[in-house]
Design a binder for this molecule. Structure first.
Ligand code: PLP
Length: 367
C-alpha cells in the first residue's frame, strides 16, 4: 500500500506495525477524542427506520437548526456530504476566475478539488523559516498582506483555511474583509473552527451577509468525531447555494447524518466539554514536546505541527513498530517534507503515552 495522502489510514499503519488496525493509537487524524457525542449515537439508533425513505432533498429541518444557531435566514445554508463535497462545488466556482490563491502548505484536497475543474492554482507560500520569530497567525497575515499588495486580483479567487491546516494559525478578520473587497471570490474552509473558544467571534459567518463573494465551509467531522458519517455545510449567498443544489445529487446527505447533525449542533454540553478539555491538553502536550527537544508551533486547533531535526519517516516507523502509535508525516505537504510531523491532541493519558514513546524513539534516531 502506498504512503497515504491524508491522516487516519490505519490499514497502512497496521501493515507496518504488524498488528490489527484497531490496535493503532492514531494521532494522525485530527479527530476529537471525546466523541462522538452520545446524542449522535442515540439519534442514529432511534431513526434507523428512516433508511426506508429518501431524505428531504432540501434538508429543511437541518437548515432550520443552523438558521436558529447562526441567526441567518435558512436559505444561506447548504448541507453536504462532508465539507469535502462542498469544497468541490466551491472550487468549481473558483475555477471561473484567472487563478486561485492558496496558502501553502495546504490541505491536500484543495489541489484535488481545484484541479478537477482545471482551476489555475497560485501558491501563496508561507515562509516557514520566519516561524522562529512569528506565530503561524502572524505569518499568515504577513503572507496575505504581501499578496494583496503585489498581485492583480480583480479576476481572481482565494481559498483560505481558518484555522489553517497544518500550521494551526488563524486569519485576521479585518484583513479578510479587505481581501473580500479585492478578490472576486473568497472561500474560507472553517473545518476546525469549532475548536476555537468563542468561535462565533472568530468565524467569517458574521460577515457573510455583507459579502456575496464569500463562501464558508464547515465540517462536523473533526469536532464531533464523525468522519464516517459525512456531514458538513456551506454558508453563502442563497443564489449560489441554490445553483449548487440544482446541479448536485439530490440526496447527497443521508437521513442518519441529518438526525445526528440536528442533535449534535445543539449538544451544548458536549461542546462545552470539548472546549474545556482542549486548551490544557494542548498546552501540556506542547510543553512535553518542547522538553523532548522538538518544536511545536502555536496552534488554535486540535492539532500541533512539530518541526524537528530528526527524519520523520524513520521516527514514524519506529513509533509504529515499537509502540503502535501513528503520527502524521508531512511528506504530502511538499513545502514541509521530512522534518515536520503533525499530531492530534488526544486525551491526557494518550498524550502521555505519545510523549513516553517519543522519549523512547528519538534517542534511537540520533544514535
Ligand atoms: C482543512 C480541512 N478541510 C476539510 C476537510 C474535510 O472534512 P470533511 O470530513 O467534512 O469532508 C479536512 C479533513 O481532513 C481538512 O483537514
Amino acid at each position: 500500500m502506498s504512503r497515504p495522502l491524508h491522516g487516519g489510514n490505519l490499514q497502512w499503519a497496521a501493515d507496518i506495525a504488524g498488528c490489527s488496525p484497531n490496535s493503532i493509537l492514531d494521532f494522525s487524524a485530527s479527530i476529537n477524542p471525546l466523541g462522538p457525542p452520545k446524542s449522535a449515537i442515540a439519534a442514529i439508533q432511534s431513526h434507523l427506520e428512516t433508511l426506508t425513505t429518501y431524505p428531504d432533498p432540501s434538508y429543511q429541518s437541518l437548515c432550520q437548526v443552523l438558521s436558529d444557531i447562526y441567526q441567518l435566514p435558512i436559505d444561506w445554508f447548504l448541507p453536504g456530504n462532508g465539507s469535502a463535497e462542498l469544497l468541490t462545488w466551491a472550487c468549481r466556482d473558483l475555477a471561473q476566475y484567472e487563478w486561485t490563491g492558496v496558502l501553502t502548505p495546504a490541505f491536500a484536497d484543495y489541489q484535488r478539488a481545484l484541479s478537477a475543474f482545471q482551476a489555475q492554482i497560485h501558491p501563496l507560500p508561507l515562509n516557514l523559516s520566519q516561524l522562529q520569530d512569528l506565530s503561524p497567525s502572524e505569518l499568515i497575515e504577513k503572507t496575505l498582506h504581501s499578496t494583496s499588495q503585489s498581485v492583480e486580483s480583480a479576476q481572481s479567487g482565494l481559498l483560505l483555511n481558518h484555522p489553517h491546516n497544518p500550521t494551526g494559525g488563524l486569519l485576521n478578520l479585518n484583513q479578510v474583509e479587505q481581501l473580500l473587497e479585492q478578490f472576486s471570490l473568497v472561500v474560507v474552509d472553517e473545518a476546525f473552527i469549532d475548536f476555537v473558544p468563542s468561535n462565533a467571534q472568530f468565524s467569517l459567518i458574521s460577515r457573510v451577509q455583507d459579502f456575496p463573494n464569500l463562501i464558508i465551509l464547515r465540517s462536523l467531522t473533526k469536532f464531533y468525531s464523525l468522519p464516517g458519517l459525512r456531514l458538513g455545510y456551506a454558508i453563502g449567498h442563497p443564489e449560489r447555494l441554490q445553483h449548487w443544489q440544482r446541479c448536485r445529487d439530490p440526496w447527497s446527505v443521508n437521513s442518519l447524518a441529518v438526525v445526528a447533525g440536528i442533535e449534535v449542533l445543539r449538544d451544548y454540553a458536549f461542546q462545552a466539554q470539548t472546549l474545556s478539555w482542549l486548551p490544557s491538553a494542548r498546552s501540556e502536550l506542547q510543553q512535553g514536546l518542547v522538553d523532548l527537544g522538538v518544536y511545536p508551533l502555536q496552534s488554535a486547533a486540535n492539532f500541533l505541527l512539530v518541526a524537528t531535526h530528526y527524519s520523520v519517516p524513520a521516527l514514524q516507523t519506529l513509533l509504529l513498530t515499537r509502540h503502535r502509535i501513528l503520527i502524521r508525516d508531512c511528506l504530502s505537504f511538499p513545502e514541509l517534507g521530512a522534518q515536520y510531523f503533525r499530531i492530534a491532541v488526544r486525551t491526557q493519558a494518550e498524550n502521555e503515552r505519545l510523549l513516553a514513546a517519543l522519549a523512547d524513539c528519538l534517542p534511537r534516531l540520533s544514535a
